[in-house]
Design a protein around this ligand. Sequence first.
Ligand code: 5GP
Ligand code: MN
Length: 316
Amino acid sequence: MSSRISLQETGNLLLQAQKIVLCCHVSPDGDTLGSALGLMHILSRLGKDVTVFVDDEIGRGFGFLPGIEHCRRPEADSKVQADVLAVIDASSFDRVGIVGEVVQAPFVLNIDHHISNTEFADYLYLDTAAAATGEIICDLFEEMQWQHDEATALCLYTAISTDCGSFRYSNTTRKTMQRAALLLDYGVQPSIISDNLDMRTRETVELLSKVLPTLTFAFENKVAYISIAHELYNKDIQTDSFVSYPRYIEGVDIAIMFKAVEEKVTRVSMRSSHTDVAQIALSFGGGGHLRAAGCTIYAPLEEAQKQLLEAIRKVL
Ligand code: 5GP
Ligand code: MN
């Protein structure tokens, strides 16, 4: 169990530290990267020695984020001493990769918004009503009276915009929009960020054309899924947007993308209109939000499909 702390206490834990390691989750998205980089900018400005670790490849599309060049991948067998390890936007410790072994710090602080948070950290600031961890970081700026600049605003706007689907998803609240609106005062141009986030490589679209024919329906069309067979899988090709194709089909409640990242390892992304998919993901050791969740199933593609559909049958 974590000790649940206030925003003020969260800010103070960071201010009391000198050497700070910020850690993003694996399969890094705009929320974990933007939130960590926004924090990195302000903490560096406050004189802290800040390292940002991501134990994964970072999509080329995030190259526009100010400070992204400072994100480092931890080296196995190396050791890094810090006063605090702050895990940003990750709901369970497996999501930090090897950062947990590399970083030696007296305590772990977790700032997160996932309903499936496993309370792995010593100290936790969790706000499940926040559409994005970026929204929480904006709250933290306000609470601590930290001033934004163009870099923090761009990073945090990207974080917020990513997780609420550019203010379209059901997690979008008045506060989500207010936070984002405030960031526009520091020079953020929404169209430029959405152009960056929506930009796809030719390889992504070509892969999509091979993946769409796998579209399959189940449970009277309430479930729709697409699959990336291991032969087609390429870790360098972004596929995050693919799940929106089964998602936006009339009558579909649960949309799934299966990705055979190894012969016997299948990554699962779920989106839903009604059903709590975080619960389903948790039952496979994953997690996420009510309407967007994911997990890894340690089985070949077809076996993973069978297992997940069986779990869905029980909740539908
Ligand atoms: P996505 O499908 O975009 O990878 O993930 C959707 C949501 O579920 C995100 O909030 C993400 O952080 C969470 N998520 C995805 N995969 C996992 C996982 O394996 N473990 C946990 N704890 N959360 C996950
Ligand atoms: Mn998030």
